[in-house]
Write a protein that binds this ligand. Structure first.
Ligand code: TRP
Length: 383
């Protein structure tokens, strides 16, 4: 099956729509990817001498050809990382999750990172958006990326409309090999879809081949990304070799859940999403209203315990804000036993988030002056 469809499975995962209770194992089957098993986890640890909590906790849980990337790395062949972001609004903390991981990968493997900001995509797919707005959100998002501490020598951030001259020949090569029926089957397009959107996947594919073009020799590319982005790269992989490039490898993450206990964190639902620009009062309010696995009364919860498995507060901790496994498990255990109630448990998370955000916001402010060190653009005479 090419497209994951809610009507059959009770959830939908496409690059533009994520809804319902996602069965991540089912996605591995539907998309035809491989799971990141213990053997692979051990191998990563062996190669870089370290591991990351997002790997051990099964947040980065699925892949294509990661084993090949490691084989080549061990033979001395460096890969490049490629990831991206569709600038539809301000960055929320869920977005930071894969970026924090990408930074860890860059540090551990000592590799180049290409970061695509798709102002074009968000303009094309969101009917009411203006290009000026998606472009300015791209700049805002770039500050959050830089604030995470990427190495400016090895990190190349580009906004599509500023960098199209270098991307376009690659996008054309891809575009020539993809036909409408492939794209239609994979994304569920129909006759009312605008033609910009139909071509877009070629633009997202282009950076997969950029390192090879720039280096003048084959450079393997590894893409850490949300599993929802896999459909694009499935198409890229299908045609890569026919146009003379290596297939990109992928490492997929599960999507950060929202605070209301449904679906993924989404910028279109500001009340259940924490933005990197939020102030402590916003955090206070949003976490107070978050969905938990608590009981109707404190008394009942003390007696019967809560359910951390369905709790969005616990989820936030698990996905992003607590890197210490023991602390995560300890709090879950205290919740199950009725030893900690939702108020104090929420307070612990608020403290973690506010601590993180106050540091992040300071670095984000400094990043304003560093944009030129990171952003790559087509040179003036080419534009
Ligand atoms: N389409 C992605 C989004 O909407 C943005 C993106 C572009 C991306 N290139 C990528 C994401 C590569 C992951 C990897 O967020």
């Amino acid at each position: 099956m090419q497209q994951n469809d809610r009507s059959e499975e009770g959830f939908t995962v496409t690059p533009w729509e994520v809804e319902g209770d996602i069965d991540y194992e089912k996605l591995i089957e539907d998309f035809g990817t491989e799971s990141v098993d213990n053997e692979l986890l051990d191998r990563i640890e062996e190669v870089v001498g370290d591991t990351h909590f997002m790997l051990r906790r099964g947040i980065f849980y699925s892949h294509r050809d990661l084993d090949r990337i490691l084989d080549e790395y061990e033979e001395g062949k460096k890969f490049a990382l490629y990831t991206g972001r569709g600038p539809s609004g301000h960055t929320h903390v869920g977005h930071l999750m894969p970026w924090i991981f990408a930074k860890w990968m860059q540090d551990k493997f000592d590799v180049e990172l290409y970061f695509q900001l798709t102002d074009d995509e968000k303009f094309l797919f969101n009917f009411d958006s203006e290009l000026e707005d998606t472009y300015s959100y791209a700049l805002e998002n770039a500050k959050d990326i830089i604030a995470l501490g990427f190495d400016p020598e090895k990190t190349h951030i580009f906004i599509d409309t500023d960098f199209i001259h270098e991307l376009y020949p690659l996008a054309l090569k891809v575009g020539k090999r993809l036909n409408f029926s492939n794209v239609k089957a994979v994304f569920g397009f129909d006759n009312s879809t605008n033609v910009g959107s139909i071509f877009y996947t070629a633009i997202q594919s282009a950076p997969c081949f950029l390192p090879t073009e720039r280096e003048g020799e084959d450079v393997p590319v590894l893409i850490p990304c949300g599993i929802d982005q896999d459909p694009h790269f499935r198409l890229t992989r299908d045609i890569a070799e026919t146009i003379g490039y290596l297939k990109p490898a992928l490492l997929h993450n599960k999507l950060a859940p929202s605070l209301d206990g449904t679906g993924k964190m989404s910028a279109s639902q500001p009340k259940t999403t924490i933005f990197t620009t939020d102030q402590p009062e916003d955090v206070e309010q949003k976490i107070n209203e978050a969905f938990t696995g608590g009981r109707i009364s404190a008394e009942e919860q003390k007696k019967k315990g809560g359910n951390p498995d369905i709790c969005s507060v616990q989820n936030y901790r698990f996905y992003i804000f607590e890197s210490d496994d023991e602390k995560v498990e300890d709090i879950a255990e205290r919740c199950r036993n009725g030893d900690i109630l939702c108020g104090p448990c929420k307070q612990l998370l608020k403290d973690n988030i506010n601590q993180f955000l106050s540091e992040h916001q300071e670095k984000r402010k400094k990043a304003e002056d560093m944009l030129d060190d990171f952003l790559v653009k087509d040179c003036e005479e080419k534009r």
